[in-house]
Design a protein around this ligand. Structure first.
Ligand SMILES: [Zn+2]
Length: 349
């Protein structure tokens, strides 16, 4: 048997940043680029536009993979599962589909190679946002049920043209939960630094008290969502001020906390740096900072770590580009990890 004292914990940090819209979630998630980390940002909606607020040399540290997930093209869950599996995959730029059969037939197709297993802890992987991935999982479940001629919650059998009217029931929520558990357990076990951005849900605890947790799929499923992360950071705006909390004692009605007891709510300027440096910030009374000041401070060069000079940025950029090549199908390696992928995706060409 191995003694605890002889084991070393993984340095990889898994963070969930959650809150209502416009509470600064994405702005906080991009702060690793301000202390010299590379960001590999998977954008499932248009939330990545906030990255333009980074200084130009910080933007050089960001690689963006757009996965425009919609009801008509719910490719998000399938691509997300393959990405988080860690295997080397290629994603087509037109449909954001892994190993896309349609694009393979077109010589001019553009592809992005992703291989999480090859990334060092110098890169932080961001999923923006997992609430959208869960919506994609539900759409996958609905289309699967329609193909199998299953009834919806009102007892009606619909065809694919009527999919927008399908009312999900127990079977579809089960499938959504199954897919999201697959994704989240991979996050939990990942050797990469990972940030998941999520919307917020109010759930009733066993003691009857209501609490805010990350919204992942259904509200009952969301109750257990915190357990997959090392740190939960809640973003909210109160009294016209942005607040970022990772302390278990921050609020009785919000589930926030950190396995390393790292508290960022007392930082003068909001940053995720303590999670990655392992340092626990000294608690001061600066507390909350005015919303405007907070959001401006994030993009001013004054807070840029000295390591993030332009030269270093270029160096780090080359390192990431070496792993994230845009290639043509002729140089494409085949995607693997079929075990983490739904085999009959709704949009499998
Ligand atoms: Zn394609």
């Amino acid at each position: 048997m191995t003694k605890l004292s002889n084991t070393v914990d993984s340095e990889a940090q898994h963070i969930c940043i959650f809150g209502e819209p416009y509470t600064g979630k994405s702005t906080l998630a991009m702060t690793p680029a301000t202390f010299g980390k590379l960001l590999l940002w998977f954008s499932f909606d248009r939330g990545h536009t906030v990255l333009r607020k980074l200084a130009p040399h910080q933007q050089e540290l960001v690689d963006l993979v757009r996965i425009p997930d919609t009801k008509d093209n719910p490719v998000g869950i399938q691509t997300a599962l393959k990405v988080i599996s860690g295997a080397a995959i290629t994603i087509c730029e037109d449909h954001a589909a892994v190993d896309c059969a349609v694009c393979k037939r077109v010589d001019s197709s553009l592809w992005t190679s992703v291989n999480l297993n090859a990334l060092s802890l110098n890169t932080v992987v961001v999923f923006d946002h997992i609430t959208q991935i869960a919506d994609s999982a539900m759409q996958y479940a609905i289309e699967r049920s329609i193909r199998n001629h299953e009834k919806d919650a009102t007892g009606v059998v619909l065809d694919m043209k009527e999919k927008d009217y399908f009312k999900p029931g127990h079977g579809q929520y089960m499938m959504q939960g199954f897919l999201m558990t697959k994704f989240l357990t991979n996050v939990q076990q990942s050797n990469n630094h990972i940030i998941c951005i999520a919307h917020v849900a109010e759930v009733e605890q066993e003691d009857g008290k209501k609490k805010l947790v990350p919204l992942i799929g259904s509200v009952p499923y969301s109750r257990n969502s915190p357990k997959y992360f090392d740190h939960l950071v809640c973003c909210e705006v109160t009294n016209k001020e942005h607040r970022f909390a990772s302390d278990t004692t921050y609020s009785a009605s919000i589930v926030s906390g950190s396995r390393r007891d790292i508290s960022i709510e007392h930082k003068g300027k909001p940053t995720l740096e303590p999670f990655f440096s392992g340092s626990i910030p000294k608690i001061s009374n600066t507390g909350v900072v005015e919303a405007k000041k907070v959001l401006t401070s994030l993009v001013t060069p004054a807070i840029v770590s000295p390591v993030a000079s332009v030269n270093d940025a270029t160096k780090k950029r080359s390192e990431l580009l070496a792993r994230l090549n845009k290639t043509t199908p002729t140089t494409t390696t085949s995607a693997t990890s079929a075990n983490t992928q739904p085999t009959q995706g709704p949009n499998t060409p």
